[in-house]
Ligand binder design. Structure first.
Ligand code: NBP
Length: 500
């Protein structure tokens, strides 16, 4: 079969400031044509762009052209010089290869052959600190570097992802219109905006993934409460989730939970979820989120519990050694089924609010630490479509930050304060019932503890400070002194107190 080469119609320059084409005809290039890169390339082509294609192994380029070459205008290339020659100047190249060393290798090869003003875009799941390092190095070579978080998996890449591009504002002027066009749109608004300098895009994408971990853990706990608390079957729980998806919980993850739960395994005739091995895997972005939160000192307890819950599920030896150990005296199963289901939905919603509040606090802390000046409300806007955590209530987050950009935590915004208040009794009942039935609910319970700790007037941290001063002379502040003033008690002497 003859492979299509640069066959499609010409497209007008993307912006009037753009340098006219003096070289190739492609407006965008994609290198790395596995599932994400292929679908992203097709998405650009579907929007009328001519797309230059490159992959380390040419067989992948040819496979893409053979299967989808007729969908738009593609330019095939085998080598990086050929790939770059196919592009209009300034060149825009998206790298969609495995994060880490492969990304560095591709950047190096591209940068060596590119010219001043060209833009390298890393659309992979890179660690934001790598993006900070790469942006600096590439900038010093006169090129532009954009670390763009892309969410939505293969389906999003093809039909409209949520895109979180960082990097210089100047690159966004040239690149933004293309990215916005191929991104998902909600109410006519693109799910793509310039996040801020250097690593900000990948940082926000990382926290997005952390919230996704938390969201999925909470959904898992709700499922287990209905299964083990009420004895419901997977298809019955699917119906409950489908109903929840009509209300406040309306979101992509709740929608696909119903889909997964109602799937019947052809081999056994059982619900598929009952034959899937219960050991959750992870690719690492949740772990990165928690590590970063530890460094920033932000308590993202929901994300941490979710990461550890996956690790626990995979602790095969420990689980094997402890299955069937004493549970103690267990309580009664709920008798009012409708009330328990309603309680679980409210506990899920309240815990989810906590997870998002923690994630947004982490973005704020990252923005402060690295001077990114991120507009928090915009993150909620671009997560409304395309991405895995898309949800109806993101509109509420946007409204909360529009109303008060200095909001200390989402939980204090009127809508969320009222939503938690409306669900707090249910939330407590669910945590108590789960504990009495021996059902593990690390996400629900830690979210409730986080909420209770925040709203508590006097925390035991006062005692912690006293102990630290006792054994290490670490000093403490006093409620009746200036906030920053420090004191020390002579614990091993006369126990008098002196300013430190
Ligand atoms: P993979 O992450 O599986 O990477 C495969 C691609 O990397 C192939 O094109 C491969 O070329 C190329 N590659 C490798 Br591996 N080493 C290379 C090297 N040293 N030099 C040049 N190319 C190299 O692909 P993916 O699942 O499509 O994901 C692409 C990026 O998007 C990743 O960073 C991923 O984390 C991110 N992402 C993925 C998803 C998802 O749902 N999968 C979602 C969001 C983001 P070859 O064909 O020659 O081996």
């Amino acid at each position: 079969m003859e492979l299509p080469r640069d066959t499609h119609h010409e497209r007008l320059p993307v912006s009037s400031s753009e340098t006219p084409s003096t070289n190739g005809t492609a407006q965008i290039g994609v290198t790395g044509l596995a599932v994400m890169g292929s679908n992203l390339a097709r998405n650009f082509a579907h929007h009328g762009y001519t797309v230059a294609l490159h992959n380390r192994t040419t067989a992948k380029t040819d496979a893409l052209l053979e299967a989808h070459g007729s969908e738009g205008s593609f330019v095939r290339s085998e080598t990086i010089p050929e790939f770059l020659a196919a592009l209009e100047k300034p060149r825009r190249v998206i790298i969609m290869v495995k994060a880490g060393d492969p990304t560095d290798a591709v950047i190096e090869e591209l940068a060596d052959a590119m010219e001043e003003g060209d833009i390298i875009i890393d659309g992979g799941n890179s660690l934001y600190t790598d993006t900070i390092r790469r942006e600096k190095a590439i900038r010093e070579r006169g090129l532009h570097y954009v670390g763009a978080g892309i969410s939505g998996g293969e389906e999003g890449a093809l039909n409209g992802p949520s895109i979180m591009p960082g990097g210089p504002a100047e690159s966004y002027e040239s690149l933004g219109p293309l990215l916005e066009e191929i991104s998902a749109h909600v109410d006519g608004v693109p799910c793509c905006t310039h996040i801020g300098p250097d690593g900000s895009g990948h940082f926000v994408k990382m926290v997005h993934n952390g919230i996704e971990y938390s969201d999925m853990q909470l959904i898992g706990e709700a499922y287990q409460l209905l299964r083990d608390g009420l004895g419901k079957s997977a298809p019955e729980i699917a119906d409950i989730f489908a109903e929840w998806n009509e209300g406040d919980l309306d979101s992509y993850l709740i929608e696909i939970t119903a889909e997964v739960l109602k799937q019947i395994d052809k081999k056994t005739g059982k619900p598929l979820v009952d034959v899937i091995l219960d050991e959750a895997e992870q690719k690492g972005t949740g772990r990165w989120t928690v590590k970063s939160a530890l460094d920033l000192g932000v308590p993202v307890t929901g994300i941490a519990e979710a990461v550890f819950a996956r690790a626990l599920s995979g602790s095969v030896a420990q689980r094997k050694a402890t299955t069937g150990l004493a549970s103690g005296e267990l309580g009664e199963h709920p008798t009012d089924e409708a009330r328990f289901i309603d309680d679980v939905s409210k506990a899920l919603y309240a815990s989810k609010i906590i997870a998002y509040a923690q994630g947004f606090n982490q973005i704020q802390a990252g923005s402060n630490e690295y001077d990114w000046d991120i507009t928090l409300g915009d993150m909620a806007t671009i997560w409304r479509g395309g991405c895995i955590i898309r949800a109806k209530f993101l509109n509420r987050i946007k409204e909360a930050y529009d109303e008060d950009p200095q909001l200390a935590t989402l939980i204090a915004a009127p809508y969320f304060r009222d939503a938690v208040e409306a669900g707090i009794d249910s939330w407590r009942r669910v945590v108590v019932t789960a504990t009495q039935l021996g059902i593990p609910i690390p996400g629900f319970a830690s979210a409730l503890s986080y909420y209770d700790a925040l709203r508590t007037e006097r925390l035991p941290a006062a005692l912690t400070q006293g102990l630290r001063d006792f054994f290490g002379a670490h000093t403490y502040g006093r409620i009746d002194a200036d906030h920053d003033a420090k004191f020390h008690t002579q614990w091993s002497g006369d126990r008098s107190e002196s300013p430190a």
